[in-house]
Design a protein around this ligand. Sequence first.
Ligand code: NDP
Ligand code: MG
Length: 380
Amino acid sequence: MKQIALLGATGSIGVQTLDVIRLHPDEFNLHSMAFGRNVEKALPLIKEFNPKTVVVQDEATKDALSRLIDQPIYTGTEGLIEISVDDAVDVVVNAVMGSIGLPATLKAIEAKKTIAIANKETLVTAGHLVMSEAKRHGVELLPVDSEHSAIYQSLNGENKQDIHKLIITASGGSFRDQTREELVGVTVEDALNHPNWSMGAKITIDSASMMNKGLEVIEAHWLFDVPYDQIHVILHRESVIHSMVEFVDRSVMAQLGTPDMKVPIQYALTYPNRLDLEMTKQLDLEEIATLHFEKMDMVRFPCLRMAYEAGREGGSMTTVLNAANEEAVQLFLEGKISFLDIERKIERALEAHKRIHNPDLSTILSIDKETRNKVRFHLN
Ligand code: NDP
Ligand code: MG
């Protein structure tokens, strides 16, 4: 029985992880869980799964929850670390939103836990630290992001030096058919309306701006140790092929399926084995009939261009890219800036930053904080 610590249990990935755990009670047990402030959503999950420990974002949430449950409750980053390094835990599923997940990921690696990683911001903000620590401690990072799971599955039994390129597919997000002119004045509600996937608010906005694909390019660079010139993005509206690997002999391996995150979540939990997942719809290729592929337009999607540029420049640039994006998306969701202001703010933040070559954790955390502050209060 695998003991699981689930960070971000009330989120889109968290709830689907619990669906998978519920489906296989003989295989998985929820040892502990963390969430932010959503007590209403968390309470029935705590009652159902009865984890040993619960972590919440702050003291106020702890006070509210402590009247309702018997479990010990921890708070903040320290709490996330506490459950991630617990001796009884085998797998840490990191499904929190944002770079807040970084310190717990690093500590879980040090404690030699298997890590199922959905939290892509951790790899974007500090991929060099995460991967060097993983290598040092012999820890496996199992991707939950569907594209990276597809690549991981396509690489089964292959040699790294035989990779010619990674081909990441993009559905195009909510605004794939709008011109840039038509993006002026789009609302939060428009942006939250994703054609293929139902996800948390921040990643849905990232999909609309194409920053999600940019973050995924950087995530792939770190997870698979492949240079940016060998990572391609292609528009594929149907979200049937989740990503591909082209090898030196021109052979291309792909992983296909219906768009359902439970598939890559479960694969990360069962790897290298597989289990039934009968709740997921089978792929009906006759019904789908046709698949489409289009070239990505870097002028139409400047967030993707900026992500490649920041990734190639390296060092602290991707920390700035990620923090500026997180803060700008939050401002958009709060109704304080327009959709096109998101990319403008990120561009300004990148321009204003002088790259630091090999930042350590404390430098990363301070650049992250400083960038958020600049984006919220100073940069137009
Ligand atoms: P959601 O916004 O739906 O969920 C985020 C989760 O993190 C919630 O449980 C939230 O708690 C919790 N959380 C937020 N802040 C804190 C904090 N300070 N301390 C503890 N917990 C916190 O996000 P998603 O599930 O959509 O995404 C999670 C991650 O997975 C992101 O990195 C995203 O990019 C990635 N991902 C998501 C996919 C998807 O299909 N949703 C696909 C691929 C990757 P609360 O509910 O209380 O706020
Ligand atoms: Mg993805």
